[in-house]
Every structure is written in C-alpha cells, then in structure tokens.
Design a protein around this ligand. Structure first.
Ligand code: SF4
Length: 271
C-alpha cells in the first residue's frame, strides 16, 4: 500500500493483488507491467515475480491500519476482477472495504462483465455502499463503450468511468447512472496522441448530463510539462461523498480481529 499516490484523483493505493494480463488496447503500454517487470528476479522485492498475478494476503488488512479517512485506489497494480482471482478472495477484499468504512474506495476494472455478475449477486452489499465507488476503464469505442453498459447493469450506488488512455473520439454515449468521469491521455515514450477535441466532447457530455468531470492529464512524452489544464482551467470535480468519522485504535483492532488479519493486528499493537 502506498501512503500517498501521485495519481491525481486518489490519495493512496492499496494492492491486495499484484500482477495482471492484457485484455484490450488500453493495456498496450500498461504502466503497472512496465514497473513490475523491472524488478523480476530481485529477491525480496514486492515485484520479485514481475507482473505474474499474485494474491497478497498480508496486504488485506492495510486500510484498517489507516486511521485518517482517505480516497483509496484499489489495485493500481492489477485488476481485482482478473479471471485468476477467486471469488472468495474478492469477497474478502469487499469485507475489508465494508468494515473500514471511514475511507472511500475507488475500484477500477477492465473486466466489467465479471464485476457486474458479482456485484449483482455475492457482492450486493458492497455494490450499494456509498463509500465504495465502482468504475470501468474506457479507451475506445469497441472495447470501452460496452463496459459502460456492463457497469450500469451492476447496479452500483456510485459508478464511474476512467477514460484513459483516451485513444479516439468516443462520439456520443449515455451517462445515465454514472456519477463521475475521469479523462486522461497516455504518457510515456511510446504514448499514443490524444486530440483535445475528443476531451472537449466528453466534457460537453458531462456538463449536459450534470456528471462531475475530472481531467487528469494530457500525457505524452513529457507528462509534467504537458500538465492538466484544459481551456485555461483545471477540472478536478468529484462525486459527493459522505463525511467519514475517524476511528479509534481500539475500534480498528476489533475490526481486524473480526476479520482475522493477524499481521495487521501486530502492526496496530506496536504503534
Ligand atoms: S487491465 Fe490494467 S493492470 Fe491489467 S494489464 Fe490492463 S492496464 Fe495493466
């Protein structure tokens, strides 16, 4: 878990799963894969096994250790709904999110069909929890737009789109049932270009549908220099989210004991 994140729309990242595999053109230059593969074979490093998918049980209780409420991006280095993550493990992740309800969770997937199926059934209580936001990645029309329908069908209380990397003009599409839209261009040496008109078109759609719009970055080879100003301003709107109470160490300990996450109990006791 990272205490602070450089990702503009979140505060922290939490990775109870590491590693993934590619499913669509948005994955072509996956930053998580590039990062993870740098450390393949480095003994003792969290990414010693590169980008191979692994369940990280020791990380399961991490959000409970964090007393201050924050926005947490779940699995920035993986996809919670990857086919190799068992249903039971996803349920455990949801139990943590439901228990540590002083945070706001942002779960983002490209496996929207599996997410829909689970949120409609086994994960219903997590689907309707307002502090857990469920999102899909949308990079183009062919692969991305169908995910929006699958997300809508999941019946989440807070549903969002991460339209990044935006690879083409998406045209007009419905934002019914969507509470938040993030847009960004690809960054890195092989980044694919993003036309400002594609971004403006989505901004117009958000404005007419009254959906909060967050412009994350232009991207490109010099991401910092390109920045995130669109037509003279920064767009960093967020959905409304409930104020969260701060929880005492004793209460957190009780939650950890209830979830039987032993390593994390030791971490709280030693503070
Ligand atoms: S789904 Fe996400 S984490 Fe997985 S390969 Fe694609 S971009 Fe990377």
């Amino acid at each position: 878990m990272s205490a602070t994140s450089k990702i503009e729309w979140t505060d922290s990242t939490w990775n109870p799963v590491r590693g993934c595999s590619k499913v669509s053109p948005g994955c072509t230059h996956c930053y998580a894969e590039t990062f993870a593969e740098r450390f393949r074979g480095v003994k003792g490093h969290p990414f010693e096994h590169g980008f191979d998918l692994r369940l990280i049980q020791d990380k399961l209780g991490d959000p409970i250790r964090w007393s201050a409420p924050r926005k947490i991006f779940v699995n920035s280095m993986s996809d919670l709904f990857h086919e190799d993550v068992p249903d039971e493990y996803i349920e455990k992740v949801c139990r943590v999110m439901l228990s540590a309800n002083w945070h706001t969770y942002q779960v983002l997937t490209k496996r929207a069909g599996r997410m829909r199926d689970l949120l409609r059934n086994k994960l219903r209580s997590a689907a309707v929890a307002p502090h857990i936001w469920w999102g899909v990645s949308v990079e183009n029309r062919q692969h991305g737009l169908p995910r929006i329908d699958q997300l809508r069908a999941a019946g989440a209380t807070v549903a969002f789109l991460s339209i990044e990397p935006l690879l083409e003009d998406l045209g007009t599409f419905s934002l019914d049932g969507i509470q938040w839209v993030i847009v960004g261009g690809e960054s890195g040496p092989r980044s694919r270009p993003m036309d400002p008109e594609w971004v403006r078109s989505i901004r117009t759609l958000c404005q007419s549908s009254r959906v909060p719009f967050f412009f994350k970055q232009w991207g490109g080879t010099r991401k910092k220099k390109a920045g995130r100003i669109l037509d003279g301003r920064i767009y960093d709107q967020l959905p409304e989210h409930p104020a969260h109470a701060v929880v005492s160490p004793d209460e957190r300990l009780e939650i950890l004991e209830g979830l039987a996450v032993a390593g994390q109990i030791r971490a709280i006791r030693s503070r």
